[in-house]
Design a protein around this ligand. Structure first.
Ligand code: NAP
Length: 362
């Protein structure tokens, strides 16, 4: 029974996708006499948390009820909204069932402890793994202090992403492309290398049937030369104010106002810490990389990729551009993936996996 109600919490939580960052996705279900009497989720950053929303929507007196939540109720006051654990106590909830404890050092078990101290029964760890995947972006940032970088690419079965002349649209089918758009939506920014912009002129927006995102992810373009096509969609479309160019301290960039140019002290070696700090000022706490091979290898070789998703189309190209641009020094040095998941996506295959955490250091 706990699992059934927790799955409903996940469904509710997912409705906040693309709107709550840098906060986690949270859903709450209030159950009394085996029946759901209230539901709520965290709808947007700065808005009410899932708990007050569920209490507000409750159709009956909640005292003595069980409250299900995929994340430990918060107890700290260093945020835009009041803490939830005291509210749960005030509402006389009898039992709180939690999927994941909050890794935020300001909470980290003390929300649950506060509830227990008030005499509330607390159960934790229900569908813990599913909850971890739901909030992978949030957990990663809390545990490492860095944004989750998710590398996405599409290739033929022989691992080619473009013809030798650079042409690459479209390798995969509509289902895989739509899934890629759902992926973009979860991240604060979509990043490409300048060569991809020059060759493909991608829009890098979220386009899903029947759905308009409240906020487009930022588009981030990396260039050392500053040679970017003025007429590119990302500089002309309705979301051009959400395009950033990342370059060094010297390179001339004409196509955007200076406040949309992120200047790093150098690009070689690439200063990842400085880069993450500067994009955080724009509210970017997670990154979705969309190519090409040079950009992907830059992040991979420096152990910056947390998750990789590859769409493989049942086609063979022969000569063509490879997925990655680096050379491994030996078989013992290959980058290792873990937790591989494979799924059919229309006529294509979707492969997603985490990069192994103890892989070699740069
Ligand atoms: N099938 C797919 O999923 C897919 C997706 C994306 C792209 N593609 C294809 O991939 C090709 C482009 O890939 P690419 O590997 O040639 O280029 P890329 O990764 O798109 O861009 C590389 C560019 O990034 C800039 N850069 C600046 N600092 C860098 C650094 N430290 N390390 C690496 N890059 C840095 C440079 O721009 P400047 O030259 O301006 O200095 C460099 O030329 C295109 O043909 C595109 O169609 C395929």
């Amino acid at each position: 029974m706990h699992e059934l109600f927790m799955r409903r919490c996940f469904e509710l939580a997912r409705q906040g996708t693309g709107r709550v960052s840098p906060n986690p996705l949270v859903g709450v279900v209030i159950v009394k006499n085996g029946k759901i009497i209230g539901e709520g989720f965290h709808e947007r950053h700065g808005g009410a948390h899932a708990e007050p929303n569920a209490f507000k929507n409750a159709t009956e007196d909640v005292s003595g009820a069980t409250l299900y939540t995929n994340l430990e109720p918060c107890c700290h006051t260093k945020k835009l909204t009041p803490p939830c654990a005291p509210l749960v106590i005030e509402k006389k909830i009898a039992h709180v069932v939690i999927c994941n404890l909050d890794p935020n050092p300001l909470v980290a078990g003390s929300g649950a402890a506060q509830l227990k101290a008030a005499g509330i029964q607390v159960t934790t760890g229900v569908l813990e793994q599913e909850g971890e995947s739901l909030n992978e972006i949030f957990f990663h940032r809390m545990r490492t202090g860095r944004p989750l970088v998710h590398l996405k690419s599409a290739a033929t079965l022989d691992g080619k992403t473009a013809l030798p002349n650079g042409e690459s649209k479209w390798i995969t089918g509509p289902e895989a492309r739509e899934d890629g758009h759902r992926g973009r939506l979860q991240y604060d920014a979509v990043m490409v290398g300048a060569e991809t912009l020059r060759k493909d002129d991608p829009a890098l927006t979220v386009r899903l049937p029947g759905f308009t995102p409240e906020r487009m992810p930022f588009r981030v373009i990396l260039t050392g030369s500053g040679k970017l096509p003025m007429g590119a969609q990302v500089f002309k479309d309705d979301f051009r104010h959400r395009t950033l160019v990342v370059t060094d301290s010297q390179t001339k960039i004409d196509m955007l106002p200076p406040q949309q140019v992120v200047r790093l002290s150098t690009l070689n070696p690439f200063p990842f810490g400085e880069f993450y700090k500067k994009i955080a000022d724009f509210g970017i706490h997670s990154l979705w990389l969309e190519g090409g091979a040079a950009l992907h290898s830059l992040f991979l070789q420096h152990n910056q990729v947390g998750r990789l998703t590859l769409y493989l189309s049942p086609k063979i190209m022969g000569e063509g551009r490879a997925l990655f641009a680096h050379t491994s020094s030996g078989l013992a040095d290959l980058l290792q993936l873990e937790g591989l998941e494979v799924q059919a996506m229309g006529a294509d295959l979707k492969i997603t996996a985490k990069m192994e955490t103890n892989r070699r250091k740069p």
